[in-house]
Ligand binder design. Structure first.
Ligand code: NAD
Ligand code: GLY
Length: 361
């Protein structure tokens, strides 16, 4: 087992990596929870791991209930949150209670938002079961839901009291979802750690074959890099946390242009990372050896690096983002090589169009 500690003063919390779900209850025991425990999951994850987690928490002597939301990003709404508030009321949750988010990023974001807002804040714990949620969304306290017009528009920064990662849950994860999470792991190599990028290149075959030791290392190293960013810029006010959006500006525009139906998040980010690497190359910030290596590692992860979306539609979405973001679209670019970044808000539209066209098949 590996541990990473997110040090945020009174909000400091541990991430346990490589530990069985059968021990969730033991770890809650150490956390001074005297009230009821409510596990929030979805219908898919419940069938796989619901009983295991509830049994573990029961064995540790807690009064525990479990509630399921439907599976899907389309349920990441305030309506779902409202239903969950009712479940919290019905179960008499109070500030000594604990909400456990069991599932991928959708469950984690929703359950975290419920925890942040019910009675102005109930302790919560993340038990992420997708690779994407294990390397990214369960860490750092961004919680929230979608607005009909824009993703993740309603939310809060609210840190969990612990993150509990059982790598073996990835065995049941569909391969496409696993690959989607790999995009975020590769992102960390590009934005922060050239050596990690090289390790991912070396280990890709083993990681894809679910070699537990290599997957555990990948989750651990990714969590460490996210820790570095979150500790320095918890609420994204200092300009650093934005680097986690590497490849995401174009990725989000691609997701929005296809109504979130064609690409998984990591797939769109993969295309976005290739586009932004090529933009960096055109701006003489990255050489072609690195753009090739970025394309190659994503291809080996079986992620898309080309798209079939109308360039005009993607640009339209980028312009929509620009309106929302006070007239500036910020792009995170590599500065010279993976591991170093620069943020630019003056990338010419013509260059973005050119690269999007080049990546279109
Ligand atoms: P997800 O939560 O939709 O999970 C993907 C699919 O895998 C779902 O069908 C889910 O039921 C299923 N699943 C989960 N665990 C499983 C398992 N172990 N075995 C089999 N199936 C399993 O998707 P995701 O990629 O985990 O998360 C995406 C969400 O995360 C988006 O809403 C995104 O906005 C959010 N996100 C948040 C942050 C953050 O910092 N809060 C960061 C990145 C992404
Ligand atoms: N996933 C982006 C962030 O946590 O800031």
């Amino acid at each position: 087992m590996k541990t990473v500690e997110i040090k945020l003063g009174v909000r400091t919390y541990p991430i346990y990596i490589g530990i069985s779900l059968t021990h969730v209850g033991d770890y809650i025991k150490d956390k001074n929870i005297t009230g009821k425990v409510l596990v929030i999951t979805n219908t898919t994850v419940n069938k796989l791991y619901g009983d295991m987690v509830v049994d573990s928490i029961t064995r540790s002597g807690f009064d525990v209930s479990i509630t399921k939301i439907p599976d899907g990003e389309e349920y990441k709404t305030l309506d779902t949150v409202n239903g969950l508030y009712q479940v919290c009321m019905d179960n008499h949750l109070d500030r000594n209670s604990l909400i456990v988010a069991l599932g991928g990023g959708v469950v984690g974001d929703i359950a975290g938002f419920v925890a942040a807002t019910f009675m102005r804040g109930v302790p919560f714990m993340q038990v992420p079961t997708t690779l994407l949620s294990q390397v990214d969304s369960s860490i750092g306290g961004k919680v929230g839901v979608n607005h009909p017009e824009s993703k993740n528009m309603i939310g809060a920064f609210y840190q969990p009291i612990m993150v509990f990662i059982d790598i073996s849950t990835l065995k049941t994860l569909p391969e496409r979802e696993f690959n989607s999470g790999l995009a975020e792991a590769i992102k960390y190599g590009i934005i922060r750690d050239k050596k990690y990028f090289t390790v991912l290149e070396r280990d890709m075959t083993k990681i894809k074959a679910l070699n537990i030791e290599r997957v555990e290392y990948t989750v651990w190293r990714s969590c460490q890099i996210k820790k570095w960013v979150v500790e320095l810029d918890e609420q994204e006010t200092k300009g650093l946390r934005a680097i986690l959006n590497y490849g995401h500006t174009i990725g989000h525009a691609i997701e929005a242009a296809t109504n979130y139906k064609t690409y998984l998040h990591g797939e769109a980010v993969s295309i976005g990372m290739v586009c932004i690497a090529k933009i960096a190359k055109e701006l003489k910030l990255l050489n072609s050896m690195w753009t090739h290596r970025i394309e190659r590692i994503l291809t080996r992860a079986e992620l898309p690096i080309t798209h079939k979306v109308s360039t005009n539609k993607i640009i339209e979405k980028l312009i929509f983002d620009k309106k929302v973001l006070n007239g500036k679209v910020r792009f995170v670019l590599t500065d010279g090589r993976p591991g170093r970044t620069v943020i630019k808000d003056d990338v010419p539209e013509a260059l973005i169009r050119k690269v999007l066209e080049e990546q279109k098949v």
